[in-house]
Design a protein around this ligand. Structure first.
Ligand code: BDR
Ligand code: CA
Length: 315
């Protein structure tokens, strides 16, 4: 509790759930210090993700935050986007004004590299909430930074839930599997927040109403955002609410005790037409492949949503 806040870089493709993750981070200064936000192409193209990231900063009243534009396309593939989930803007739902705060001039990848070189080794955590293009590019261009990363805590992949964009792949990994492979093979400390856990973080009607009941601009916006992708997910999963993927990354940083998982080996499928982007997770430890990630599979959803709602009430 008396520990100083963890320094983080949020690498993101907002995305309503990315937006809620950013808001949760800003609302938790005792736990996390957001050094910068790097946008990446993913849910929607880069001009929109870098715009949306700034809109979210402004919603949180954090016009002082630094937002950088990173890579506009996966390492070797054509970009695949998800407007069918997130709407044309990527942030459909609430009525938010165009941002007025500037985008930083520096490229997001250079910001990641420079920050890791400038800050004490082992003091910066990377929180990727989208395709891993920016992180892999940084690791590829500046391998010296890999050992300086405290941890990568990423939303991506699945084992028991298998896939959401193809039958066997989760969106963030599927969009840039070569980037994911670089990160998973890099030797960096990795915690994975896969669909296995985010599909248990469902925005039920009651949880959505709790956001709105905060009676704040942020509470209303979060309720509108989660309401928007609810429509798509309810049709798809027929579940009692849509999964709130990316905030689980920040939730894990703030309250790791709410989550459980296993240290296992995770490899990325980059060749197969049928299973491209699959996270081949050795959950049952049936290979002799070395564990390279903490793979989370469960959370205390009630306590997570209570924490999230309480924190959002501060904004
Ligand atoms: C992931 O894909 C995106 O649509 C969400 O923002 C989340 O990061 C879930 O598969
Ligand atoms: Ca995302």
């Amino acid at each position: 509790m008396s520990n100083s806040p963890r320094k983080i870089i949020i690498d993101t493709d907002p995305g309503q759930d990315d937006a809620v993750a950013i808001l949760l981070a800003f609302a938790s200064p005792e736990d996390v210090d957001v050094l910068g936000i790097t946008a990446v192409a993913g849910n929607v193209p880069l001009p929109l993700t870098s715009r949306n990231a700034r809109m979210v900063c402004e919603l949180a009243g954090r016009t002082d935050a630094k937002v950088f534009a990173g890579c506009d396309a996966p390492l070797v593939r054509r970009l695949i986007t998800a407007e069918h989930v997130h709407g044309k803007s990527g942030l459909d739902g609430p009525d938010l004004p165009e941002p007025t705060m500037p985008l930083q001039d520096q490229h997001g990848v250079d910001f990641i590299i420079d920050t890791l070189r400038e800050q004490p080794a082992g003091s910066v955590t990377l929180c990727p909430l989208g395709p891993l293009t920016n992180i892999a590019t940084a690791f590829d261009r500046a391998p010296d930074i890999i050992d300086r990363v405290q941890e990568v805590i990423l939303m991506g992949g699945a084992y028991f839930e298998v896939g959401n964009v193809t039958p066997t792949a989760e969106f963030n990994i599927y969009v840039d599997p070569e980037a994911a492979e670089i990160v998973f093979k890099s030797g960096v400390k990795i915690t994975v927040i896969p669909l296995d856990v985010t599909h248990k973080a469902l925005v039920t009607k009651a949880r959505n109403s709790a956001f709105r009941a905060l009676g704040t601009h942020v509470g209303e916006a979060v309720s509108d955002m989660t309401d928007f992708f609810e429509r798509f997910d309810r049709e798809k999963y027929g579940s009692e609410g849509a999964p709130l993927h990316d905030p689980c990354v920040i939730g894990y940083l703030i309250a790791p005790r709410l989550f459980t998982g296993r240290h296992i080996n995770v490899e990325i499928e980059t060749q197969s037409k049928l299973t491209l982007g699959m996270t081949v997770a050795d959950w049952w430890r049936v290979t002799s492949r070395e564990p390279n990630a903490l793979f989370i599979n469960d959370l205390d959803a009630d306590r997570f949503f209570t924490l999230l709602t309480e924190r959002l009430s501060r904004l």
